[in-house]
Design a protein around this ligand. Structure first.
Ligand code: PDD
Length: 286
């Protein structure tokens, strides 16, 4: 049984519970982070901690924990649960005011709820899915306008994954005003020649921590990066495509809406970037 962290305590998972009045439960009034673990170490902890603080600030929510203590909790959970490869999920909500009300509760009397738990995923780095590549479908992006805040409003992304599954694909890329925004839980990229193309940062997409690292590594490896919008038709005609996230790192996309990209197998750029990303981020892991 896993040991989880809830509001300052380490508990067996079946003893950790949250109030029915918690605003995370009633209103999706909460933010989250997913940090990957490789070789028992945290990948890009600092980036996730900084983005978490930004999400909290944007929602006028107080942080119940300092960055130093947060690092300690992450490390302790990895240690007690003996995680070699996997993820740490963290969620902070505005807490449980003891009744349902749209108005934010007084932060002096209602303290945030904080939960962390581990997910063990042996073989995450050497994933067979990365060898094969994944298939995506395109769907309308009907999410709210502040996708830069990492909130727990994941119903539509969850529905998108189900639509993909039903269509025999692995995930969905979302489209708004004719352009791809991002994947249901990842950032989206296409490759044309030696150029990597991905949508620029705005409120329309989550500012991926993996995205920032991958673009940096790509530039260091003299690859050309262009941050701009692209259409799904441009993606279908691309040489390669891929996604990035803390749980998939760099994952090749080999088919979009039933159209195979190139030879329909991972190309040159995405697997190379995956290799560089894993190597460099493991070196910097803490
Ligand atoms: N998802 N875009 C969306 C909508 C996401 O949910 C995520 C992450 C990303 C990639 O961000 P990062 O590189 O920081 O993981 C982009 C996490 C992994 C999840 O929901 O499980």
């Amino acid at each position: 049984m896993r040991t989880v962290y809830l509001n300052g305590d380490y508990l067996p998972e079946n003893e950790a519970s949250v109030s029915i009045f918690d605003r995370g439960f009633l209103m999706a009034d909460g933010v989250y982070e997913v940090t990957s673990v490789l070789g028992g170490k945290l990948i890009d902890f600092d980036g996730h901690a900084v983005r978490l603080q930004r999400s909290l600030d944007e929602l006028d929510m107080r942080s119940p924990i300092s960055k130093e203590d947060l690092l300690e909790v992450h490390r302790e959970l990895v240690r007690v649960n003996e995680i070699d490869e996997g993820m740490i999920y963290l969620q902070i909500t505005r807490g449980a005011p003891g009744d349902r009300d749209f108005v934010f509760p007084d932060p002096e009397t209602t303290v945030p709820t904080i939960v962390l738990f581990t997910q063990s995923k042996p073989g995450l780095a050497n994933s067979p899915a990365a060898q094969k590549g994944m298939k995506v479908i395109s769907i309308d992006d009907i999410r709210w306008g502040r996708r830069d805040i990492k909130t727990v409003q994941l119903l539509y992304p969850s529905m998108g994954k189900m639509m993909a599954k039903k269509a025999g694909a692995d995930d969905a890329w979302m489209i708004e005003d004719g352009f791809v925004t991002e994947g249901t839980s990842n950032n989206a990229y296409i490759v044309k020649g030696n150029k990597i193309i991905t949508r620029g940062l705005s409120n329309d997409i989550l500012h991926g921590i993996t995205r920032a690292a991958v673009l940096r590594f790509a530039q260091e490896a003299q690859m050309e990066v262009e941050e701009r919008n692209f259409t799904i038709d441009e993606a279908k005609a691309a040489d390669e495509a891929f996604i990035t996230s803390a749980s998939t790192f760099v994952m090749p996309v080999v088919e979009i809406d039933g159209v195979a990209l190139g030879e329909g197998v991972p190309g040159r750029v995405a697997p190379r970037l995956r290799e560089i990303y894993l190597e460099e981020s493991m070196k910097a892991a803490i």
